[in-house]
Write a protein that binds this ligand. Structure first.
Ligand SMILES: *Cc1c(COP(=O)(O)O)cnc(C)c1O
Length: 414
């Protein structure tokens, strides 16, 4: 290093400007973890000429490191996208898309059964910025079409809906928006890039029909541990990506290297885990359907569940015709039960723990107060108290036993 030969005899300085560089050529199953806010440039000329907007080089930690670039590329592979931006949570990814694409006077369409905080963002901050939130019935494509106006700038889709798991006619929804030139963003957390291909909804590799933006809460299946918060924003259009990227930079969104590493570590097993969660959830959903206290089981792969035909059309061919679904299902208890015994049931579960989120090894359960979460009537849902289950990686027998003892304790003891 020029100018440093005589200097730095003291230990403090030598530990900062240390001359040792390990030999190149190291390779291991997991990529290295590069941590950086500062990125070092060799010369002023390099500092002036570095480009942060593409992945040709490095400029600053927020603009990417080898670790985040690697994760972004693998997530593009998972979802069939070409560009990816990382956000510190799934909700931050949703907010980033809204802030990048919407302005005063615009309308944003959101399914009434969307992930709740997406609606809260629209009703709170977006409305404060002069953006009008409009909620539509996800199962009624005509309702979506009817709510589009010349001011509609962005349509959110979610398949299936949060908590109530209605599966919409995603292809038709995209066609309607496309025909009017409106940007379509999908919350693809449930599908995870595994149940269907968000950018290739016809599934023939042509990319003729797909969403513009796929948002994924990596917090769920890609992390797989219940220990990381992260989100991604994936696109296939370079112009749309650049619009998102400029706002991403101005908002200062970034993710920690160790969190990126955790997701990189879990990603190779995501398809295996997804399938295991799926199979166990379906077995337990079918079993719950047989229980006398249960009025309705909501799971898109179950015949009779709202939107089942749409799920079958889009996801039914996966896994040799078994179809693919995540590890979630909800149960509506018979209307004769008030909240108390349902809460006792949830408290009595031992393996299903009480907690939000999903995608980790531990099975989770949450009782929801559904009426407060919907702005429109839900005639396709039976009246009664709703409980959502997220199935983890415990054995199906153990989980069935747990449900069975809690049902008996809450509903069948005199
Ligand atoms: C969990 C979740 C999110 C938000 O992810 P966080 O990382 O918890 O912010 C968004 N959408 C859906 C459908 C989710 O399940």
């Amino acid at each position: 290093m020029p100018g440093m030969k005589e200097a730095a005899p003291d230990i403090a300085t030598r530990l900062v400007h240390h001359a040792y560089v390990p030999p190149a050529g190291f390779e291991a199953p997991q990529p290295a973890v590069h941590k950086a806010s500062t990125v070092i440039f060799p010369t002023v000329a390099a500092l002036r000429s570095r480009e942060w907007k593409d992945k040709s080089s490095y400029t600053y930690g927020l603009h990417g490191t080898p670790t985040t670039f690697t994760l972004e590329e693998r997530l593009c592979t998972l979802e069939g996208g070409l560009q990816c931006l990382l956000a510190p949570s799934g909700l931050a990814a949703i907010a980033h898309v809204a802030l990048a694409l919407l302005g005063q006077g615009d309308e944003v369409l959101i399914p009434d059964n969307a992930y709740g905080p997406n609606k809260d963002l629209a009703l709170g901050d977006l409305a404060r910025f002069g953006i009008r939130p409009v909620f539509y019935q996800a199962l009624d494509t005509a309702d979506l079409a009817a709510r589009i106006t010349p001011a509609t700038r962005l349509v959110w889709l979610e398949a299936p809906g949060s908590v109530t798991l209605e599966f919409p006619d995603l292809c038709e929804q995209v066609r309607i928006c496309r025909a009017q030139g409106i940007t379509v963003a999908l919350d693809n957390t449930w599908g995870a890039g595994l149940a269907f291909a968000p950018f290739d909804l016809t599934g023939d590799g042509s990319y003729r029909l797909g969403v513009d933006v796929s948002v994924h809460a990596l917090t769920k299946y890609p992390s797989g541990g219940g220990d990381v918060l992260m989100g991604s924003v994936i696109t296939r259009d370079p112009r749309l990506h650049m619009q998102l990227k400029l706002t991403h930079m101005r908002l200062g969104l970034g993710v920690a290297a160790n969190d990126a590493e955790t997701v990189l570590r879990s990603l190779p097993s995501v398809a295996l885990r997804y399938r295991a969660h799926d199979q166990a959830a379906r077995a337990l959903a079918l079993w719950m359907q047989q229980q006398p206290e249960v009025a309705q089981v909501l799971h898109p792969a179950l015949p009779g569940s709202p939107g089942h035909a749409h799920w079958k059309a889009l996801c039914g061919a996966a896994d040799g015709g078994q179809g693919a679904a995540a590890g979630l299902f909800s149960v509506v208890f018979d209307a004769r039960y008030r909240q108390d015994p349902v809460d006792v049931f949830c408290d009595a579960l031992r393996l299903f723990r009480l907690g939000y989120s999903w995608g980790g090894p531990i099975s989770l359960v949450v009782p929801y107060q559904l009426p407060a979460m919907r702005s429109q009537p839900t005639p396709h849902l039976r009246p009664g108290r709703l409980v959502r289950f997220s199935v983890g990686l415990e054995s199906v027998e153990a989980l069935r036993g747990d449900l069975s003892q809690a049902l008996a304790y809450a509903f069948r003891t005199a």
